[in-house]
Design a protein. Structure first.
Length: 682
């Protein structure tokens, strides 16, 4: 064996040994998290990997950065063959993949092409980071240096690859498929200068292999460890509906802590998320709280989880070996919540899921935030004081507001609507919700929707005073105990009446009933009222034939629709509300810039409806201004929270006379034939 091969084998063994040691260290840290079954449905998980990881589906939502990353990613995938060929040459200088036969030339051509694309993409990335300077990439000095090191390493790996190929061609090796390297080979002169060219080949060969090994061993200390962790993270991403929170087992004996206050309280998937974060900032850029000046950055939350794990992980793994010095004591006395993540960050979240939607590597920010809220509420009884009255009302009146549950059905007086206690032989249960039952404005929507069902001949019933809050406000604010109490009581009532199908106006009720009640034995078909309305229109049971009566700014009616987060991003329903609106004659539907899965939150989700907004700009005002910029006659909604927040925004802008905020049910009721008689629900 030659000296060159001996040195190469030693270097390769040391480099891979060091990398594997660091990889095992990180795996041990991740395994400190709580169990989380992410091993089901392997074919569906593999499909996610193909579409999201290899297809770069979410990255391509932003064209320039997306395609830049796409070429770098696929360049490395294909150029792995070139790297392996170079490693093979370390063992035997004559090693090639020529045994691939007819496939070898196309592989070489593709390597050359992607080598150029990767080089151009890296230069574009450096230009973007240092010249274009998008706000979300303005990180601390350490992060900027880290990103620059990685980009420069990739660039040098490409240069060294072309250098070794071009110098080899100058030595007499020729292959037309290496079209770029052939063009560059003239730099090295003719084969008569073979000794000098051979020296250049050896320089570039060692440069290439050492840079690859350096890159590999730098990754565990860099945010670019996502090169290793992103594909597993996508594979293990949640297959549950986006809005479904995991239940806590509150009946476990001898448990002093519920929820998460430190890294070992989170699941191993939450910890893997920390090592997968690319720090691209897409989550923070999309966050409505951050956008309006609140102390929340979803990116920082995930980075804090990673940093705390790296701080505490070594101590947790070595606790049995003693050594409880002052440094160890200080680290163990600190916690993730309070010391790394401030309470105000967690309570600023509206749980809109924009961060999760935008993350290209399937990080689950909101579930981690909710888990930490649970830790604050259930373990420390530490929560914003505004939530105390809401919790008390839920316990006493089964509604977040201070209304007696005995008045829950008062909105239906004179409408001839029966409760299931009076007649449970119905086509569908109308789940009115707390807003439809008690909020003065939204009670009008409940009446409008009930009249639509009556006109369509739908036989429906309500629970009346037996209906209770679905538990969403308690669950999203971390009070899992109160949420489960309400959920189980509602399920008992629904099962007693053998309810099969539920229609509800509130997306928060819709999401909880549809996706979370099954956790406790409540399996129902649940539809949102906009879906139900469109079904009735499609079936011909509702005939929409009248134009809207709108303010005079437009003869026909200019309407913009606001996508509720819990209907859109949580449950992927974007089309039914729009289809229902488009059925109205003469209506002009105009879209806001941030719509569908990019919709901007109204600011009321995640329990924020019951908390004061004192920092930065009001989220509802930001959204209202976006809607008003289109000069609509009507801002259409499909959620009671959104209606309240947008109505308040319109009042703040003093445009109540010019712009109406109305639910889709109200608009459809106005647009159906006047002469169509009411059909009794009896």
């Amino acid at each position: 064996m030659s000296l060159r091969s001996t040195i190469f084998i030693v270097v390769l063994a040391l480099a891979f040994g060091l990398f594997l040691a660091n990889l095992l260290r990180i795996i041990r840290y991740i395994r400190l998290g709580k169990p989380d079954n992410r091993y089901d449905q392997p074919f569906r998980r593999l499909l996610n990997v193909i579409v999201i990881a290899f297809g770069q589906k979410k990255l391509l939502r932003e064209a320039f950065a997306g395609w830049m990353h796409f070429f770098i990613f696929w360049g490395f995938v294909v150029l792995l063959a070139a790297i392996l060929e170079t490693i093979g040459e370390g063992f035997s200088p004559q090693f090639t993949f020529s045994f691939l036969g007819v496939f070898y030339a196309p592989l070489i051509f593709l390597e050359e092409l992607l080598g150029v694309l990767v080089t151009v993409s890296v230069i574009a990335a450096l230009y973007r980071r240092y010249v274009m300077r998008p706000k979300r990439l303005q990180l601390n000095v350490h992060a900027r240096i880290d990103a620059t090191i990685i980009l420069v390493l990739i660039l040098l790996i490409m240069i060294s690859m072309f250098g070794q190929n071009a110098s080899r061609i100058s030595l007499g090796y020729s292959m037309s498929a290496r079209w770029v390297s052939t063009a560059l080979s003239s730099i090295f002169g003719s084969s008569s200068e073979s000794r000098q060219v051979q020296t250049w080949f050896e320089i570039f060969w060692w440069m290439h292999i050492l840079l690859v090994l350096a890159f590999l061993n730098y990754l565990p200390y860099s945010k670019h460890f996502h090169v290793v962790s992103s594909i597993p993270n996508v594979y293990f991403s949640s297959l549950h509906p986006p809005g479904e929170l995991k239940p806590l087992d509150l009946e476990v004996e001898n448990v002093e802590k519920f929820g998460a206050l430190d890294v070992e309280d989170l699941s191993w998937k939450n910890l893997l998320d920390g090592y997968t974060c690319t720090e691209c900032g897409r989550c923070t850029e999309a966050c409505p709280a951050n956008y309006t000046g609140k102390p929340l950055s979803p990116r920082k939350i995930i980075m804090d989880i990673r940093d705390r794990l790296q701080e505490k992980g070594p101590l947790l793994l070595s606790m049995t070996r003693g050594g409880d010095d002052e440094v160890r004591k200080g680290i163990l006395e600190r916690t993730l919540v309070h010391h790394h993540i401030a309470d105000e960050e967690l309570w600023s979240c509206t749980t809109c899921m924009a961060c999760v939607q935008e993350c290209p590597v399937m990080i689950e920010h909101v579930p981690a935030i909710i888990e930490m809220r649970r830790g604050l509420v259930l373990t420390e009884s530490d929560f914003p004081p505004e939530l105390q009255p809401m919790y008390q009302n839920l316990e006493r009146n089964f509604t977040p507001w201070a209304f007696s549950y005995t008045t829950r059905a008062d909105w239906a007086e004179g409408l001839n609507i029966k409760t299931l206690a009076e007649d449970n032989n119905v086509e569908v249960l109308f789940w009115v919700g707390c807003a439809g039952s008690f909020d003065a404005r939204y009670k009008k929507v409940a009446v409008a929707f009930a009249k639509l069902m009556q006109r369509a001949g739908v036989k429906f019933g309500i629970l009346g005073t037996e209906e209770k809050c679905t538990g969403d406000p308690a669950r999203r604010t971390g009070n899992e105990y109160l949420a489960q109490m309400l959920m189980k009581e509602n399920i008992e009532t629904l099962n007693r009446y053998h309810v099969a199908k539920i229609v509800t106006m509130c997306p928060h009720c819709f999401n909880t009933l549809k996706n979370e009640y099954r956790q406790f034995g409540g399996t129902f078909e649940v539809v949102h009222h906009t879906q139900f309305i469109y079904e009735l229109i499609e079936a011909g049971r509702l005939k929409v034939s009248k134009a809207l009566s709108v303010p005079p700014s437009s003869a026909e009616g200019r309407v913009t629709y606001h996508d509720p987060c819990y209907l859109g991003r949580y449950n992927r329903e974007y089309n039914a509300p729009r289809a229902a609106l488009k059925s109205i004659p003469g209506l002009e539907l105009v879209e806001m810039g941030r719509s569908r899965d990019r919709s901007f939150c109204c600011g009321a989700g995640g329990g924020r409806m019951w908390m004061e907004e004192t920092i930065g700009k009001r989220i509802n005002l930001e959204r209202t201004e976006e809607a008003l910029s289109l000069k609509p006659d009507v801002i259409a909604t499909a959620c009671p929270f959104c209606m309240t927040m947008l109505s308040d925004g319109v009042k703040m802008k003093e445009q109540e006379e010019e712009v109406q905020v109305r639910d889709i049910a109200e608009l459809i009721l106005e647009a159906i034939e006047k002469e169509e008689p009411d059909v009794s629900n009896g």
